[in-house]
Design a protein around this ligand. Structure first.
Ligand SMILES: O[C@H]1[C@H](O)[C@@H](O)[C@H](O)[C@@H](O)[C@H]1O
Ligand SMILES: [Fe+2]
Length: 352
């Protein structure tokens, strides 16, 4: 605000203030203005201590005792408040795979045939193993710009660029008053698609919905018949309800088809301070047969941690999917706002 506006909106300040105008009671309470007493330093210290005490009392002093997990407690409503921005949208217009373009159908035919257990182990070794190579050193903004070189073949719902989709997701959350870390998660969730530039075999091992490998392919997946081309579908180690896993082992122990979710989850887990719920949103956002279809519950851990992850993923999903029909956002106008969130949770140069 311009200084003139400030002056206009308040009663005019009197410039002829005179200490002699103070009533005797007031002047008694104030330390004398001049000359400085030999004790001035000590008096100032006393005043400053008193201010600290008051601030501590108000809970505003950095050293004031604060309730534990104050951030989490404040943010709790995101779990249950749902989404408002999409109230008027026709949800049936999204994820219509029956009438999708051939490129989408061909994408899933290839992905479902090629995502095997063997391939998944090799990719985890390559991208997450202790000897993993750093593919690039980039800030989040550089990564967002780079991702615009990709056109996602699996997506029947958007013709916008990747950066526009990321901003739409984040902006819809911002409009609905979701916490800052969640807005940031919206902005970052697809950056794992950079795998396309880091030696992926194609798009089939980067984008699209994810599913469990190493157990029977669930019918809740899109185009489920295309899994017949996957050699694991006839392997008795893998083609049963539990496959190579134990009931209740927890999703943490289950391998999801390799792609941008799992990769980005690990990048953020090791190089950001985004809370666990945000990491889960990234890790499971493409796991539609699970979060939308209700499949793979046999692997849920009894301690409720997978239910928590499901709640987080569902809270995220509406923004990811239904913001795709929003107006394309103006990147330049939003840069400062999101830069502050990036600096708070995932600053500087990231090792990709
Ligand atoms: O086509 C889309 C796209 O690749 C998304 O990034 C992914 O999260 C979705 O699950 C998928 O359906
Ligand atoms: Fe995604």
């Amino acid at each position: 605000m311009a200084p003139t506006a400030l002056v206009d909106s308040y009663p005019p300040v009197s410039h002829d203030f005179n200490a002699g105008d103070l009533t005797p009671i007031q002047s008694k309470k104030l330390p004398s203005a001049a000359p400085l007493s030999p004790n001035a330093g000590a008096e100032m210290d006393a005043v400053s201590d008193a201010v600290d005490t008051i601030n501590a009392y108000l809970g505003e002093h950095p050293d004031a005792p604060r309730p534990k997990n104050v951030e989490e407690a404040e943010d709790d409503s995101w779990k249950t408040s749902g989404s408002k921005f999409d109230a008027e949208k026709d949800k049936d217009q999204f994820r219509n795979y029956e009438d999708a373009m051939d490129s989408v159908k061909n994408f899933y035919a290839e992905q479902h045939a090629r995502q095997t257990v063997e391939y998944n182990i090799a990719m985890r070794e390559k991208y997450l193993g202790k000897d993993r190579e750093v593919n690039a050193r980039m800030t989040i903004w550089e990564a967002i710009d780079k991702l615009d070189e990709l056109v996602d073949e699996s997506d029947p719902d958007t013709s916008l660029t990747q950066s526009q989709h990321l901003l739409q997701t984040a902006e819809a959350m911002r409009r609905d008053g979701k916490p800052d870390w969640m807005q940031l998660t919206g902005l970052l969730h697809d950056l794992g698609k950079l795998l396309v530039f880091f030696g992926a075999k194609g798009q089939w091992d980067v984008v699209g919905d994810t599913f469990v490998v190493g157990a029977a392919f669930a019918p809740e997946n899109v185009y489920p018949s295309t899994f017949e081309q996957n050699p694991d579908s006839v392997d008795p180690q893998y083609n049963t309800e539990l496959g190579m896993y134990e009931r209740g082992c927890g999703l943490e122990k289950v391998m999801l088809s390799w792609g941008h979710d799992e990769y980005m989850y690990h990048i953020l887990k090791s190089q950001s301070t985004i809370p666990k719920a945000g990491l889960d949103m990234v890790r499971y956002h493409s796991f539609y047969p699970w979060h939308r279809g209700g499949a793979y519950r046999q692997f849920h851990k009894a301690d409720g941690s997978d239910e928590d992850a499901l709640q987080a993923t569902l809270a995220f999903n509406a923004y990811d999917l239904y913001s795709k029909s929003d107006e394309p956002p103006q990147m330049e106008e939003l840069r400062d706002y999101y830069s502050a969130l990036i600096d708070k949770y995932v600053p500087g140069v990231i090792e990709w």
